[in-house]
Design a protein around this ligand. Structure first.
Ligand code: ADP
Ligand code: MG
Length: 244
């Protein structure tokens, strides 16, 4: 039996003439935290967006639990509830309060009753330390609070994988730690996570595997001690030197 949740083979993506992803291969194993690092423009978001089908790849395969998600017969909404995305800009529904943000997907996609959805939402809001804000309007929250609600909302869907695209990049510095702590807790509990981040300390401490992207390719990938401690490629060394 394989523990592979997502497998990517020979993934290609162009925007016009610009090749943004070039022969990307990697897999995500159940319970693993994979971080993706690399300069701005290297293709990190596009890769996550391909996995979540927010972009359609123009070559290669993406398998979710062995099934080719580009095969055409996928229920995309259901798939996105299993492979959830947390965005840099939170993407909360601004016209809804915190609790409703966390229940709407459960009611619409998972067909849970309102009462059940609210119960589950409160549990996850508690996990992220936001239960006392359940009835607050989303617009009144700080960035860090919004991101914690976005994570609770993802958890409510009972996902197999959460994809995080620079979840702390839009936050004021004093908000970053709280969000990273929530993510560390999730990792400890065994959540399968793919995290695009510039937080090198987090990547080093929390990941099982680190992928360094450069100009649309995976330039180097290894366990964190190896990648941070003994990078092999010149471009990895150069990139990391900017953070030390
Ligand atoms: P990263 O997340 O690593 O900063 P992105 O995946 O966002 O990189 O972008 C990779 C490259 O693709 C960049 O050159 C970017 O300008 C380009 N790109 C991203 N999205 C689009 C798009 N929708 N249309 C055209 N070019 C895009
Ligand atoms: Mg990006």
């Amino acid at each position: 039996m394989s523990d592979t949740v997502i497998k990517i083979e020979h993934l290609q993506k162009h925007f016009g003439k610009l090749q943004v992803l070039n022969d990307i291969n990697f897999q995500i194993t159940k319970g693993q935290v994979v971080t993706i690092i690399g300069s701005s423009g290297s293709g990190k978001s596009t890769m996550l967006r391909c996995i979540n089908l927010l972009e359609v790849p123009d070559g290669g395969k993406i398998y979710y639990e062995g099934k080719d998600i580009l095969g055409g017969d996928l229920d995309v909404t259901k798939y996105r509830s299993k492979v959830c995305m947390v965005f840099q800009s939170f993407n909360l529904f601004n016209n809804k309060n915190v609790l409703d943000n966390c229940t709407i997907g459960q009611i619409k996609v998972l067909k849970r009753s309102k009462a059940e959805a609210e119960k589950i939402a409160m549990e996850h809001l508690k996990t992220v330390g936001m239960e006392s804000f359940a009835h607050a309007a989303s617009t009144t929250l700080s960035g860090g609070q919004k991101q914690r609600v976005a994570i609770a909302r993802a958890l409510c869907m009972n996902p197999d994988v959460i994809l995080f695209d620079e979840p702390t990049s839009a936050l004021d510095p004093e908000m970053v730690g709280g969000v990273l702590d929530v993510m560390k807790d999730l990792a400890k509990k065994g959540m399968t996570m793919v995290v695009v981040t510039h937080e090198m300390q987090f990547a080093r401490e929390v990941s099982d595997y680190v992928v360094f992207m450069d100009q649309g390719v995976i330039a180097e990938a290894a366990e964190p001690e190896e990648l941070f401690g003994h990078p092999k490629e010149e471009r990895t060394k150069q990139f990391l030197s900017r953070y030390s």
